[in-house]
Each structure stands twice: as C-alpha cells, then as structure tokens.
Design a protein around this ligand. Structure first.
Ligand code: GLA
Length: 673
C-alpha cells in the first residue's frame, strides 16, 4: 500500500477541507470552527501554513501550546491534518538578524518584509532556520493521531539574485559541466567575448544592461527550480526521518514557470495544485482542465490533490468577480473528473484583516447563514457520495507535450525571431479543440515514454534536447501521428541553433527544410488554400518552407510565399506527421488537428455532445466513472449514453439520454465492460 492509499483510507475516500489558520483567531472561535467543519463534512485541513512567527516568536523559543490544542481538537472531531512546515513566511526577527536571507530581485533591490516568500532559496542561513523549525514540528507531531499528511512550505517560487545564489549556482554549474571549457562551449561565451577563466567569475544573471547570454539565462531558470527543490527535499527528508508512512507534498500552481514540476513530482507522494480560475473569464474552465490533465500526468496518471481553490471570489485582481451559484460545485467536480482525490480551499474561515481579507472562504464573513456556506455543506455531502472515485484515474490515446525547458527557451531567453510567444496560450490553442470535442488527453514532458499513445501534439517545441527529439521521431517511425506547430526543434538543450537548416531536430520528421522564419508584421493576414479547395487565413508567422519528402496539405494563396506549403503532411516510417507552418485562424487550425486525430483512429469519449458539456472519465479495473458537466449557465444539454449506469450524485439509474440543467452535472458509475 502506498502512502497515498493509506491517506485515502484514512479520510474515507476524498479529502475535503481547506487551509485552516487558527493562529489568526481567538481560541474561543476554534470550537465553532470544528463544529461548522463537521457540519460541512470537512475531513482534512492544511494547518499552520504561515505560522512560523506564531510557533517561534523569538529565535529558538518555541510555542507549541496553541498548536497542540488545535491538533487535539481537530482529532477529537475526526478531522485529519495536513500539517505545514511554515517556511514560506520567515519571521521578521529572522530577517532582522540576517537581512541577507531576503531575495535580491532582478532589479538589484531586496524583496523586503511585508509579503511572504521573502527568502533566497540558496541561503544557508534560511535553510538552517527552516530545518530547525521543521525538525521541531516533526519531533512534536509525527505521531500525533491527527497527522495525515505533510504540507512542505507553500507555493515554492522565489527567484533570488543574491551572493549566496551565485555560490550555489556555481556549485550547480560545476556539477553539470565539470570544467570551464565545457561551460564556455555550452554558453557560446566566445560570442561577445564572455569567456570565463575562473568559476568565481560566474554569477547569477543580474539586471542585463543589454541582452543576457541566452544559455546562461536558461541555466539560471533550471538552477532556480533545482535550488527550490533542494529546499523542499531537505524539509521532506527531515519529516521522513521521524516517520516514513505519512505522505509528503507541497502545493504547486497553475501554469507556473519558475519550477519544473516534472522534476519535482517524483520527489512527492502526490502532486497538489492551487488554482483560481477567473470567473470573469468565460473560458477559464478550459485552461483549468488542461492543468488538471497536467497534474494527473505529472506522476504518470496517479490521482492528485486539489489543494487550494476559492469558494467564491479572490482578492488579487483588479476586478474580483464572485463564483455564481453552482459554479464552485461545478469547478470542484471538474477537478474530480480529471482524477483529483480532494477538493480543498484557501481558506476555511475568511480573515478579518491582512492582505487577503476579501478573499472568499468556505466560511465567509457573512457566517454560516450564507450562500457560500450552504454550497459548501451541499458539496460536502456530495463528496461522500463520490468516495468510490477516489484512487481511480484515466489513460488517454492523445498526449500533448508540455515542457519547462521548452517554455523557458521560448519565453525567457529573448533574441528569437519574435519575442511575444506565449507558450501556455500556444498549448491551449492546441488543447482546446480536443477538449471541446471530448477527447481525453494526457500531458507528457520531452523525452518521456510515448508507449500506448496514438497521437502526440507538439506545440511550439522551440528548445528540445536530443533524447526528447529522438523519442518523437521514434514515435512517428513506429506508427504514431505527430501534430507539430512551427518553431519546433530549432535549438538544442544549450539553446544553440541546430545545424543543417531549420528545424534541425525535425527536418526529416516533417519532410521539409525551412530556409527562413518569417514572423508577420502586425495586422498582416495571409490567404491559405487547402488541397480540397477550402480557404482560410493565417497570421503572425510563416515558415519559408521547402518540401523534401513532405507534401502540402495547404499552401499560401497570396504574398511572397504564394504556392508554398503552409501545412505539411509527411509519411514517416509507419507514422504520419502534420506540421503547421503558420498560425491558422482558429476554425481551420481546429480542423487540421481534429482531422489528424480522427485519421489516427482515435475516437472521442462521446459524440454529438455540445462543447459546453465537459465529458471525462476516470476508473479502475472494476468501474468507470463518467463525469458530465454542463458549463453553461443558460443552456440545457442532452447527452446520449452508450450504456446505462448509476448517477452517484442522485443514486438513480440512468440510461438513454442524460438531461443536464444549466450548470448541472452527473457522475455515472458503470461496471467495466
Ligand atoms: C495561494 C496561497 C494561499 C493564498 C491563495 C489565495 O494559492 O497558497 O496562501 O494566498 O493563493 O490568493
């Protein structure tokens, strides 16, 4: 049994609850908290996330009395604790004693006190104090009966430009390159005469008065992720050294660029996501779906934890819209549909003061007699009905490549044909038609196994290492379909242009050589004609592409590239490659993607279901659970079913057609055929 299996058994299926910050409240409130938690069906809370200053008010002076009381109280009420190490919020005394722990920002200024995450992850002083408080907590609570999980720190992310960061960066570089000649070669330091002759000359990138060396910048991104990961591992190992059977994790963020979550995931028992889809954005549930698929994929298809979401509005944007009635429930079911094993919130009780005093909570300022709390109670009831889905997952035939190295290369290293690429927008452009048509999708990093997939979607993989490129080539050779968009395979893992013409890594794969990349002027629109006569437009980018073994699925119908291929098909080994050399208008883009998927023999989960209904499935050897979620606030939907089952939310048998009211949902349990 894994640690997460044990956790699921302990909470009786799915975890339900949120961040609990009793240190902000008088103890008289704690009793009301647990009473209302029980009423809401809360079974798990994340405790002490920012409580360092309350636990260690002076250096080496610890106050655990209040936490003892809260842990006991929660346990007595059957509520499990995901106990946090409070190291995301160093106390003010620490920063006064050691101002050098403050991260120096890219502009050379220290971050200062008054927020959180005010530490340089490479600072030995910070790490030392973090280890001490972690050890104290582990000593005291490892065997407390309420302890169910360790929540290490919070949303790792600071980038620091301190002297300690440079020292750690050098150590990291020595380990990676071994000697300076290799480093100089990797960073192409002969360009602009940047050759290093001593390790001590190397510093983390400071504010570049001119462009920063792109390979140094790339390594700095990798290093920052690794330095943060070192902090996580150090704390994880401390708590593990006291007790080995409690799961340990930290909470990640949606589309977060500063940490390579593929590298982090193996170090955790479960990956956990904090996500705040913006209710003002009508499509935020689609990018949420991609993030949920990513999180399920980060540990090879294992269920993940939804660690934080908002019960209603957040408070960090200019305009903070409420989640309208029913949307919090629907968003929670959406996470469960894509293999989350928890629905947790920031936070349990709304704070009266502090930066996030208007961030919604399970228990809002208006108290238990409120719309939000009533919805929280209702959801708590449904979480129990959905307990059978815990531990189940899904597997898809389509994989989308999502890779931090590629992201950093494209967005962080500048000096490329255009500097306004958005990797996540590009990924979403590729994912959305698949989501709208109910195709299940997994997410893969460069270089991972592609066994079992029929289609691989490769959005703008500008930077990819040799092994990653080779995997994609093998996949196509062995019969897979690759859908790839422009500016892929251009540079190696050192950010150096691959030789023998663009796209160096994929020239044979796409069956074409690109002479030049032709980014478009603003407002430039090109006519494109498909082989079957359909016409479309494209913008933003064109490859000046010369077919080798490939054939044109579409050509430019005007401009200097008239008659040249805009979309290429290449039969490669036993497989097929479709390469998009320009940014097609959305409907034409969607058709190219969906035609390629259909031609590869992949079928959607359900056909003839409108795109405002999200369909997904998770299951195990015995059962599958089909989630149907109507995201429209106005439209009803009818969903034809292939086989009958039981709707876990109503306990009724459903067959034929399921009718969904606006924002309605069904979770249909069926035995595996
Ligand atoms: C993050 C943090 C929380 C809280 C929420 C809401 O996810 O982890 O502490 O600040 O955002 O803004």
């Amino acid at each position: 049994m894994t640690r997460m299996d044990a956790f699921r058994n302990r909470v009786g299926g799915l975890a339900y609850g949120g961040d609990y910050n009793p240190e902000q409240w008088d103890p008289s409130v704690w009793r009301e908290d647990v009473r209302l938690m029980r009423e809401a069906g809360v079974n798990t809370v994340s405790l002490g996330v920012f409580a360092w200053a309350s636990l260690e008010p002076e250096p080496g002076k610890f106050e655990f009395g209040w936490l003892d009381e809260v842990m006991d109280l929660l346990h007595d009420n059957g509520i499990h604790v995901n106990l946090a190490t409070p190291t995301a919020a160093p106390p003010v005394w620490l920063t006064h004693l050691h101002p050098e722990v403050f991260p120096i920002m890219a502009d050379g200024q220290p971050f200062g006190f008054g927020n959180r995450l005010h530490y340089d992850p490479s600072s030995p002083i910070y790490r030392d104090y973090a280890a001490k408080i972690t050890t104290k907590l582990a000593e005291r609570y490892s065997f407390h009966p309420a302890l169910a999980m360790w929540h290490i720190s919070n949303e790792y992310g600071p980038t620091a430009h301190n002297e300690a960061s440079s020292v750690n960066f050098r150590r990291w570089l020595r380990r990676k390159y071994g000697d300076l000649d290799t480093l100089n070669e990797a960073w192409t330091t002969r360009f602009w005469g940047q050759i290093y002759t001593d390790w001590d000359q190397i510093e983390v990138p400071n504010i570049p008065r001119t462009w920063m060396n792109p390979s140094r910048r790339l390594d700095f991104k990798r290093f920052t992720s690794d330095a943060l990961l070192e902090c996580y591992i150090a704390e994880r190992d401390i708590v593990r050294s006291f007790r080995d059977d409690i799961p340990v994790m930290t909470n990640f963020m949606r589309f977060y660029r500063n940490a390579d979550y593929w590298k982090w995931a193996p170090e955790e028992d479960a990956v956990a996501l904090d996500i705040y889809p913006n209710p003002a954005d009508a499509d935020s549930h689609v990018s949420a779906a991609f993030n949920y698929d990513l999180f399920r994929s980060l540990k090879g298809g294992r269920p993940w934890m939804l660690m934080e979401q908002a019960a209603s509005a957040v408070s960090q944007w200019k305009l903070n819209i409420v989640k309208e009635p029913g949307r919090m429930r629907l968003g929670s079911l959406q996470a469960l549909s894509r293999a989350a094993d928890s629905v947790m919130f920031f936070q349990w009780r709304a704070s009266r003061g502090g930066q996030e005093r208007f961030h919604s909570a399970m228990l809002p300022h208006s108290g238990p007699d409120s719309r939000t709390f009533r919805e929280i109670i209702d959801l708590g009831r449904e979480m129990k009905l959905l307990a059978p889905v815990a531990g189940t997952t899904s597997r898809s035939e389509i994989a989308v490549l999502f890779d931090w190295d590629g992201w950093w290369g494209l967005e962080e290293t500048f000096g490329i044909p255009r500097s306004d690429f958005s990797y996540t927008d590009t990924v979403m452009r590729h994912y959305t038609p698949l989501w709208e048509r109910h195709y299940p999708v997994d997410v893969v990093p460069a270089g991972s196994s592609l066994d079992g997939y029929k289609v691989l979607v490769v959005p703008n993989a500008y930077l990819i290492d040799d092994a990653g490129a080779e995997r994609i080539i093998e996949f196509a050779r062995d019969g897979g379909t690759v859908i790839m968009s422009f500016f892929s395979g251009v540079v190696d893992d050192r950010n150096r242009v691959r030789p023998d013409g663009y796209p160096g890594a994929f020239r044979r794969l796409i069956g074409a050589k690109i002479d030049e990349y032709w980014p478009a002027r603003p407002h430039e629109v090109f006519a494109v004609e498909f082989a079957d006569g359909r016409r479309a437009t494209s913008t933003w980018w064109r490859d000046d592409l010369h077919l080798e073994t490939g054939t044109a699925l579409a050509t430019y119908a005007d401009g200097l590239l008239e008659g040249r291929a805009a979309v290429v098909e290449n039969r490669f080994g036993a497989g097929r490659v479709v390469y998009l050399a320009t940014l097609l208008e959305q409907s034409a883009f969607d058709s190219v993607v969906l035609d390629a998927v259909a031609a590869a023999g992949v079928r959607p989960l359900l056909q003839d279901v409108p795109s405002h209904v999200e369909c997904s499935v998770r299951g195990d050897a015995a059962h599958e659970y089909l989630f149907l979620l109507n995201h429209s606030g106005e439209l009803n939907a009818s969903v034809p079913l292939e086989a009958e089952g039981t709707d876990l939310l109503t306990g009724t048998t459903v067959s034929g057609t399921v009718e969904l009211a606006p924002l309605g949902a069904a979770v249909i349990q069926r035995p595996r055929a």
